[in-house]
Design a protein around this ligand. Structure first.
Ligand code: MAN
Length: 551
C-alpha cells in the first residue's frame, strides 16, 4: 500500500500542470487540482476534496448511472476517498465506507467521507483530538523505536564478537590440525621403525612361544632365578624379624639381671640369671654384615638391573640365522660389531620386506610386541585427535555458512528462550533451536518443531495501539518442523513470525490447523532491517483499511 502511495504521489509533483492519471490525454493547469471541481474521469484531480466522490460506485451521482464521459477511463485512480484529516495525517478511506451512514474516525478523522449525511448522520471533525493523541502515541513509538534500534545494534555487535570467536577457533584449529598431522606422520614413521626393528631382531619373543631348546632352557633359568630371588627376599625378611625379636628378648633379660633382688632366695630366678650370664658370655656368631647386606640388595634387584637381559637369549635357536650372525660378529672389535649389527638388521628387514626371507618374527594380530603396541596406540591416539579437530573444524565452518539473518544478528540470540501462557499451555520459543508447549497443570514438554531456517513472509495485520503486533509488510519468520507427532495429524510445526520490539517477547500464539502453530514474537533483532519498515511494522501508525500518506 505504501508503494502505491508513492506511485500516486509522483503524479502530483509537477508545479505547473496535472495530467489525469488514467487519462493522460487530459492535462489541466495546476490551479484545477483540488479546486473542488471534478475534471478527470478517474477522479484523480481531486484527491483532497470530495468533488469526485460521485465517481464512487456508492455515489448516487456515479457517471455509470449516466453522467460518464464516453471513451474515457473512469476506473478510479485513487485507492479510496481521500480524507484531508487536517490536524492529523491524511488517509484514504475505502469507497465502500463513503456515505454508509457511519463515521470512520479511525481513518477519516475529519468525518468528510459522510458528506451526504445518509440517515441524518453528521460526522464532526475530530482531527484535533485524534491527531493530538496519535502524536503522543507516535512519540512513544518513536522513542521505543530508538531504544529497540539501539538494542539491535548491541545484538549485531555481540553477533560480530561471536562470529569472530568462531573464525578465530577455525584458525587455531587449522594450526592444531597441521601440528597433529605432523605428529601422525612422525608416529606412523615411528610405528614403521619399531616394526622394522622388531622384524630385524635376531632373538625375539617370549619363551612360551614356540621356543627352541635354548629358549626353553633360558625360560627355565629365568623362572628359577625369579623363584630364588623371591625366596631370598622372604628368608631375609624372616631373618630381620627374628633378629629384632631376639634383640628385644636380650634387652629384657639384661634388665632383669640388673634389677632382680639377689637377697631373695629364689632358686628359679637364680638359675635363670646364671643361664643368661652363660648365654651372654658365649660367642654370638657373626653379626649382620653391612657389606654382605649390600650384596643381598644387589642380588635381589631385577635381572635387567643386574645387566642380565633374558630377552636377548629367549627365542628360537633352531636354524637361526641370528646365531650365525652373532658367532660371526663375536670375532670383530666392538665398534665394528655395532655398526655391522645394524647393517645386518636392516638387510634382514629388507629381505623380509621383499619376501626373500621368511618373517619368523612377524607378530600375529594379537601378538604385537609391547613396543609395537605402544607405538600403534600412540599413533591411534594422534589420529583420533586429528579426526576430532577436523570434525570440530567442519562444525565451525558449517556454523559460519549458516543463515543467521541480516547482519548475522540471530547469532546473538541463539538458544535464548521466551515464553508466554496461552490457554492451558505455556508456549516457548528458543531462538534457532525449537518451540515447545507445556501444560500449565504440569506434565512434559511437547516439541512443536525444531528450527530449520529463516524465511521472509508478507503480513498484513492491524497493529494494536501498544505496537505489539506484526503490522503489515515483509517480516522475517523462523520455520520449525518435525516436532512431536500429532495423533491423527502431522508432526508438529511452528512458524515464528518476528516483528520489532524493545524486548524479546511472545505476543500471540495460534494453532492455525491441528498441530500447525504460528507464533508472533517481538524482538529488537529485526528492527530497521526490512526496507526501513524493518519489522517495526505499524510503528508509523498504519491502520487496516486506511493509508496515511504524504500527499
Ligand atoms: C495436544 C496439543 C494441542 C494439539 C493436540 C492434538 O493437546 O499439542 O495443541 O492440538 O495435542 O492432539
Amino acid at each position: 500500500m505504501k508503494a502505491k502511495d508513492k506511485d500516486i504521489a509522483k503524479f502530483y509533483k509537477d508545479a505547473t500542470a496535472f495530467t489525469c492519471i488514467s487519462n493522460p490525454a487530459t492535462a489541466l493547469p495546476i490551479a484545477r487540482l483540488n479546486d473542488d471541481y471534478c475534471d478527470c474521469p478517474d477522479g484523480s484531480d481531486e484527491p483532497g476534496t470530495s468533488a469526485c466522490a460521485h465517481l464512487s460506485p456508492l455515489s448516487p451521482h456515479n457517471p455509470a448511472n449516466g453522467a460518464g464521459a464516453a471513451g474515457s477511463n473512469t476506473t478510479l485512480a485513487l485507492p479510496g476517498f481521500y480524507c484531508k484529516n487536517k490536524g492529523h495525517v491524511p488517509a484514504y478511506v475505502p469507497f465502500t465506507s463513503v456515505n454508509d451512514g457511519k463515521c470512520d474516525y479511525d481513518v477519516c478523522c475529519d468525518g468528510s467521507e459522510e458528506w451526504e449525511g445518509v440517515g441524518g448522520v453528521k460526522c464532526e471533525d475530530r482531527c484535533q483530538t485524534i491527531g493530538k493523541e496519535w502524536r503522543k502515541q507516535d512519540e512513544a513509538r518513536q522513542k521505543s523505536l530508538g531504544t529497540a534500534g539501539k538494542k539491535r545494534k548491541e545484538l549485531v555487535a555481540e553477533a560480530g564478537r561471536l562470529r569472530k570467536q568462531v573464525e578465530d577457533r577455525i584458525q587455531s584449529l587449522g594450526t592444531e590440525i597441521e601440528g597433529s598431522e605432523i605428529k601422525v606422520k612422525q608416529l606412523e614413521q615411528e610405528v614403521a621403525d619399531v616394526e622394522r626393528k622388531e622384524k630385524g631382531r635376531v632373538v625375539k619373543g617370549s619363551v612360551s612361544k614356540k621356543a627352541g631348546k635354548l629358549g626353553v632352557v633360558v625360560g627355565l633359568a629365568k623362572q628359577r632365578t625369579e623363584e630364588l630371588r623371591e625366596t631370598l627376599e622372604r628368608v631375609r625378611g624372616e631373618r630381620d624379624s627374628s633378629t629384632s625379636r631376639l634383640q628385644e628378648v636380650e634387652r629384657i633379660l639384661s634388665t632383669f639381671k640388673e634389677e632382680y633382688n639377689p637377697n631373695f632366695n629364689d632358686e628359679g630366678v637364680k638359675r635363670a640369671v646364671r643361664a643368661w650370664e652363660d648365654y651372654a658370655a658365649r660367642d654370638k656368631g657373626p653379626d649382620v654384615d653391612a657389606a654382605h647386606d649390600r650384596d643381598l640388595d644387589a642380588m635381589t634387584k631385577s635381572d635387567k638391573e643386574n645387566g642380565l637381559d633374558w630377552e636377548e637369549y629367549e627365542g628360537d635357536d633352531d636354524d637361526s640365522e641370528a646365531d650365525v650372525l652373532y658367532a660371526f660378529e663375536s670375532y670383530l672389535p666392538p665398534s665394528i660389531r655395532g655398526w655391522l649389527d645394524q647393517k645386518l638388521r636392516n638387510l634382514r628387514s629388507t629381505l623380509i620386506d621383499s619376501g626373500i626371507l621368511a618373517d619368523t618374527s612377524a607378530p600375529s594380530s594379537s601378538g604385537d610386541s609391547k613396543s609395537v603396541t605402544d607405538a600403534k596406540d600412540r599413533l591411534t591416539a594422534a589420529e583420533k585427535e586429528v579426526e576430532k579437530h577436523r570434525k570440530t573444524l567442519t562444525e565451525h565452518q558449517d556454523d559460519l555458512a549458516k543463515d543467521f539473518g541480516p547482519d548475522d544478528v540471530f547469532r546473538a540470540l541463539k538458544d535464548q528462550c521466551v515464553s508466554t501462557d496461552a490457554g492451558e499451555y505455556t508456549y516457548e520459543v528458543c531462538f534457532l533451536s525449537k518451540t515447545t508447549q507445556k501444560p500449565k497443570k504440569g506434565g512434559g514438554h511437547t516439541n512443536m518443531g525444531n528450527f530449520v531456517g529463516l524465511e521472509r513472509i508478507v503480513v498484513d495485520d492491524e497493529l494494536p495501539p501498544n505496537g505489539k503486533g506484526l503490522g503489515s509488510g515483509e517480516r522475517i519468520a523462523m520455520k520449525h518442523e518435525n516436532g512431536q507427532h500429532c495423533w491423527n495429524g502431522p508432526n508438529r510445526s511452528t512458524l515464528v513470525v518476528l516483528a520489532c520490539s524493545e524486548v524479546n517477547e511472545v505476543w500471540r500464539i495460534v494453532e492455525e490447523e491441528k498441530c500447525v502453530y504460528r507464533m508472533e514474537v517481538g524482538t529488537p533483532a529485526v528492527c530497521e532491517v526490512l526496507g526501513g519498515g524493518g519489522g517495526r511494522a505499524g510503528m508509523e501508525g498504519k491502520k487496516a483499511g486506511g493509508v496515511r500518506d504524504e500527499l
